[in-house]
Design a binder for this molecule. Structure first.
Ligand code: NDP
Length: 340
């Protein structure tokens, strides 16, 4: 795509995440505009378009894909719909930024990646945490050797699901609900990003304490082993308002600690602790979503890869599915090996 061309985005899904973060992140890019939205309901499409100043409103995805003003789609429907929507978008020659989890099983996720590759369109997964200044700094420290050999990681991502999101996540297994596909999938991606290593096996125990129904879980503690030998502990929940979030990577020469960093907001602190003591490491915060979209837009211009590719979405899903299976069976589960 030409650097100075106007790029039109179509939203597939009249979603909360698009309203709260992504429309603004797209509009923050020079030359990019949200030109259409598709919902399964004509009334919701029209209301959403009016509320967010979007020119086109469609009651079906194929109508949006037929709109010549749309060159790129952002897919943020519920998770069971991502597969067919990505494949249809690729077949229409549209570039795709898709929400996580990419799909409900690995075969579908791999199919989506292949469909985009075959169509020659850019595909990305919206793993926002890679774009946080905090996580990028933690990665730099870990991969730069500041903590020696990384041995352990601890992820604290147990939060309270806000009332306006207490819908399909807690009562629709068929839509890919549950905290593991919602939150653990982000932990998996963040650890892969920071460590530059691949999860290879998982154990876990989940909980359905208060919000989740229909066999879904609203809390989990899991342990992952990575291919570099590192062992990581994850704690994810929809049910605890006051736990606070964070990530810690512990090495044989030091520890790097991110506080209040498993979040959508550009906040949080990074600390480095080693033989010289403990100090705060400065970071320059910026919008995670705007940075993610900027990386995607650069990839459209042929400048590098998106922050999280389609394949990264396959890998985070593989890990989340291994945790689901480990919790279900009470056994140690191998994470499906790396392949597109
Ligand atoms: P929402 O529940 O807000 O939206 C999902 C779908 O629900 C919409 O596409 C819409 O369908 C339907 N919907 C919305 N409002 C109503 C309503 N009032 N009545 C009936 N249906 C409605 O989901 P989220 O925005 O929270 O999540 C969407 C996707 O984004 C998921 O894949 C999720 O995992 C992901 N996500 C990613 C985040 C990230 O940081 N990367 C953060 C949050 C979510 P329709 O389009 O047909 O109108």
């Amino acid at each position: 795509m030409e650097a100075n061309m106007q790029i039109g985005w179509g939203l597939i899904g009249a979603s909360t995440i698009a309203a709260e973060h992504m429309i603004g992140a797209i509009r923050a890019q020079h030359g990019h505009e949200v030109v259409a939205v598709a919902s399964s309901s004509a009334a919701r499409a029209n209301d959403y378009a009016a509320k967010h100043g979007i020119a086109g409103a469609y009651d079906a995805v194929d109508k949006l894909l037929a709109d010549p003003a749309v060159q790129v789609v952002y897919i943020s429907t519920t998770n069971e719909l991502h597969r067919d929507q990505v494949i249809a978008a690729a077949a229409s020659g549209k570039h795709v930024l898709c929400e996580k989890p990419l799909a409900l099983n690995l075969e579908d996720a791999r199919h989506m990646v292949r469909a985009c590759a075959d169509a020659g369109v850019v595909m990305a997964t919206n793993h926002h945490l890679r774009n946080a200044a905090t996580h990028r700094k933690i990665r730099e420290l870990v991969q730069g050797g500041s903590i020696g050999r990384p041995l352990f990681a601890r992820v604290f991502h147990a939060v309270y699901l806000p009332p306006h999101l207490q819908g399909w996540r807690i009562d629709k297994p068929a839509a890919g609900g549950g905290v593991i596909l919602d939150i653990s999938v982000h932990d998996a991606d963040t650890l892969r990003f920071i460590l530059g290593a691949e999860p290879v096996e998982a154990v876990g125990m989940s909980q359905s304490a208060s919000l989740a129904r229909e066999g879904l879980e609203d809390g989990v503690m899991a342990v992952l082993r990575f291919d570099n030998g590192l062992v990581a502990q994850l704690h994810d929940a929809f049910t605890v308002p006051f736990a606070g979030t964070g990530i810690e990577i512990h090495g044989d020469q030091g520890s790097v600690i991110g506080r209040n960093v498993m979040t959508q907001r550009p906040v949080g602190d990074v600390l480095l602790r080693d033989a010289h003591g403990e100090r705060a490491v400065p970071v320059e915060h910026e919008s995670l979503y705007a940075r993610g979209v900027a990386g995607f837009c650069a990839a459209l211009r042929g400048e590098g890869q998106p922050a999280a590719t389609g394949l990264d979405g396959v890998r985070s899903l593989a890990t989340a599915l291994a945790i689901v299976e480990a919790c279900r069976t009470g056994s140690r589960v191998r994470v499906a090996p790396l392949q597109a």
